[in-house]
Design a protein. Sequence first.
Length: 392
Amino acid sequence: MRELQSLDVRGRAVLVRADFNVPLGPMGEVVDDTRIRAAVPTLRWLVGQGASRLVLASHLGRPKGPDARCSLRPVADRLSKLLDMPVALLPVELDEARLAASAAPEGSVLLLENTRFYPGETANDAEFGRRLASLAELFVQDAFGSVHRAHASTVAVARLLPSAAGLLLQREVEVLSSLLQQTGGSFTAVLGGAKVSDKIGVIDNLLPRVGALLIGGAMANTFLLAQGHRMGASLIEPDAVEVASSLLSGEWSRKILLPSDLVFAESLDRPETAQTVQVGQAPGNGAAYDIGPATVQAFGEKIRTSETVFWNGPMGVFETERFARGTYAVASAVADCPGFSVVGGGDSVAAVERSGYADRIDHISTGGGASLEFLEGRLLPGIAALEEPAHA
């Protein structure tokens, strides 16, 4: 993978694929600027190295065409404050955007509108890729959260322009690659969230490498059901029960640690009915929404004695205060880990930010799906494209 420092950017226009897919509030304001801030070091490096102009590209949300609710205008406003310089939003029409960019003063930073406003983006359309490439002379891929998608702004452009990975992407690859090189028993992985099926590949690839795999969240329900425990009305993934059963009886089953107690309630809307129950004693009319205190203690002890820890996925419905204890306790334990700690994107990032422990985590990934696919051992399309020679 070619690195940013290999490019001679002085006096040249650079197209930068960033990941500005950030949450917006009811007034269209940026609610969480983590991903915007993560892009700043690469942008400052390019400006400092004398690039004639930067044209930034990103998606936001999943619009099916131009949609004012998914405009990158709030991102341009926030980024201009972080860079302490103007960031102009280019017109949606690409020919107009090209003219505006070419007329911009030396050293300008310009932001293209949402790439998903264009029909050729998600199809990785070669013609749309050529139109994007015409905006610049060099390409920098810094959107780790998007490199697992074979889209025009992540793959097609990289095949047309001299290209390299930005500082953010380099760091993500370095950190996640180091996890895949682990072989000792001091590496602990913590997986949560809803679906087992989303993480089967990660589990298969990490089990030989970890000393312990802690499973919480709704995905633990499927494993517990596979063990024969009653789970009441808890969220279950029926199609994954057989896979869970296979993992629990497989070669690495001794490494898997499941909850011993859970917080049940009649429904998510009635947190006042919450009670802690031992696994196997679930009430017939309730559902599990968090791990229980005994599990919190067991998971915390394992995490705090690890030399390396990777965490992806909440332990419960942490958006509801009554069911947030397990997730925040894991965040605290990961922060206390004396070794190297990695939080793998997605809801885990929101959880660790809300918990107040973010500044004590060694690496917080900007890509949820991308980090999981990387840890499955896949070569992601946006990274693979950086290893190919450009052919304009």
